[in-house]
Design a protein around this ligand. Structure first.
Ligand code: TZD
Ligand code: CA
Length: 529
């Protein structure tokens, strides 16, 4: 380890971070030169796509992902995608090249002025090492910081004249460091929780994305089976923490204060695990809790615990709490919740599929363990009704609703999970924010199946326009887009399918292919709820 360049790559290698998502500029070239053979550079053509791919990769691998952006302009382009990474607790180690140290002060071209300020408030830590000697330690801090609960993106700005400097003495200690968390509840806390669950007359579980992120899905099922309690997914779901065909599964809670209290009315104990309390969206004021209900919140995020407007919180390791509670709580004898009603039959258009039909075909044709990356905002409830998701890590949706996640994240998820098939279900509005990820999928032969639901409009905004009495707003339609032509332009095979039969055939062919395919499907506009 003669140079800081060598030390940085050794450190990344030691943490298994040998995939680098990036888009380079001159400030970054001294870092990228002598690129080691055991590393892979995944080029994205726009930084929104770069951060989206890295986000998908981090979420689906459970590991920190390394990102290299070009100074201020590159960082700025990545910021929209960072909103999602922040709310999904995604451990992204984002680096950006800085001008050489002697030219930052004069604000030479590409000097990232006030670099550490730029990515805030969407990073947990932002830093520019005060000397070249501090670069390896700062990189080590960035990795540990991003990857320690609550996980989150971090940002490092690194002057490009640092890379060729000699590595400082003692740098080898960094390669041996481990940082662990130990957040199991103590005996008293666990006893209190188990007692409350046991004595509740009508408890309900509300599970969030961190249950899936910590692979606690089976523990959640064990607890639900013991309690025979209904299970809701926390509002604004970005992952699927619970099997959608389990007898306890109810669906996703509405994202409104009054709506949640209405749906949970009658429960005396609401146990929320691995989600904020709550991630509301549309404003429907009312009581935060149904009458007579108590709320207990288990989270790994102290900020989430602190900002909740109601209930008691325990900041703890989610897997430990769920596993211990499932072990210790008494088996209840009450019946399982009543079966959910079958979804209503739907009618397709002559040359347009109803989204329910589309999801039904996908559910029937795709492998059991397919992974869905979804960004079609008007079809949320249709998706949850129709899809049988049974494995951990089967569903990703932008955690802050920032569009431009779906298409790139699908590429990152597929890179992280090569043995599973990734199907991206993307709206014709959403697709445009991250469209350049098609190029990465084509060039690296990443076999994602991109299904574009083309209804010609920002469907969810049409619904919102009704809610907000703003139906005459301009800018809500997106006619005239040809996604087959766009896909071909980026090097991805594409096919248009406008009947159930042709869609099914196209999907089967896409799943058999070794490279990516885009299927453009005209769809009817439906309401998200
Ligand atoms: N810009 C960004 C970056 N994120 C956003 N969430 C929006 C704009 C606003 N927005 C929504 O919240 S939903 C939506 C927009 C533009 C419509 C998405 O249209 P779609 O899906 O075609 O992808 P549906 O199924 O037609 O709603
Ligand atoms: Ca649309």
């Amino acid at each position: 380890m003669k140079t800081i360049h060598c030390a940085a790559y050794a450190l990344l290698r030691r943490h298994g971070m040998t995939t680098i998502f990036g888009n380079p500029g001159s400030n970054e070239l001294p870092f990228l030169k002598n690129f080691p053979d055991d590393f892979q550079y995944v080029l994205g053509l726009h930084e929104g796509a770069v951060v989206g791919m890295a986000d998908g990769f981090a979420l689906a691998s459970g590991m920190p992902a390394f990102v290299n952006l070009h100074a201020a302009a590159g960082t700025g382009n990545g910021m929209g995608a960072l909103t999602n990474a922040w709310y999904s607790h995604s451990p992204l180690v984002i680096t950006a090249g800085q001008q050489v140290r002697p030219m930052i002060g004069v604000e030479a071209m590409l000097a990232n002025v006030d670099a550490t300020q730029l990515p805030k408030p969407l990073v947990k830590w932002s830093y520019e090492p005060a000397s070249a000697d501090d670069v390896p330690r700062a990189l080590s801090q960035a990795i540990h910081c991003a990857n320690t609960a609550p996980k989150a993106p971090v940002y490092l700005s690194i002057p490009y004249d640092d890379w060729d400097q000699a590595a400082p003495a003692g740098v080898e200690h960094l390669l041996e460091r481990q940082v662990q968390s130990a957040g199991a509840p103590d005996a008293g806390q666990l006893k209190a929780l188990v007692e409350q669950l046991a004595k509740a007359r009508n408890p309900v579980l509300v599970l969030g994305p961190e249950v899936d992120a910590t692979l606690s899905n089976a523990a959640a099922v064990a607890l639900a089976d013991k309690l025979r309690a209904p299970v809701w997914i926390a509002p604004s779901a970005s992952r699927c923490p619970f099997p959608t065909r389990h007898a306890c599964f109810r669906g996703v809670l509405p994202a409104a204060i009054a709506g949640i209290s209405r749906v949970l009315a009658g429960h005396d104990l609401i146990l929320v695990v691995g989600a904020p309390v709550f991630r509301y969206h549309q404003y429907a004021p009312g009581d935060y809790l149904p009458a007579g209900a108590r709320l207990l919140h288990i989270t790994c995020d102290p900020q989430e615990a602190a900002r909740a407007p109601m209930g008691d919180a325990l900041v703890a390791d989610i897997k430990a709490v769920l596993t211990l509670a499932a072990e210790q709580v008494m088996q209840q004898s009450r019946p399982y919740p009543a079966p959910l009603p079958a979804p209503e039959p739907v009618q397709d258009g002559a040359r347009e599929l109803h989204p329910h039909t589309l999801f039904e075909v996908v559910d029937a044709v795709a492998p059991d363990d397919a992974i869905y990356v979804k960004e079609s905002t008007s079809t949320t409830s249709a998706f949850w009704q129709r899809m049988n998701l049974r494995h951990p890590g089967s569903y990703y949706f932008p955690a802050a609703g920032g569009l431009g996640f779906g298409l790139p994240a699908a590429v990152g998820v597929q890179l992280a999970q090569p043995q599973r098939r990734v199907i991206a279900l993307i709206g014709d509005g959403s697709a445009n924010y991250g469209i350049t990820a098609l190029w990465t999928a084509a060039q690296y032969r990443i076999p994602v199946v991109f299904v574009i639901l083309k209804n010609g409009t920002y469907g969810a905004l049409r619904w919102f326009a009704g809610v907000l009495d703003a139906e005459d707003s301009p800018g809500l339609d997106v006619p005239g887009l040809d996604f087959c032509a766009l896909a071909k332009g980026y090097g991805v095979n594409a096919v248009h399918a406008d009947t159930r039969k042709s869609f099914e055939a196209a999907l089967r062919a896409a799943l058999d292919a070794s490279g990516p395919t885009l299927i453009e499907v005209p769809t009817l506009t439906i309401e998200p709820h």
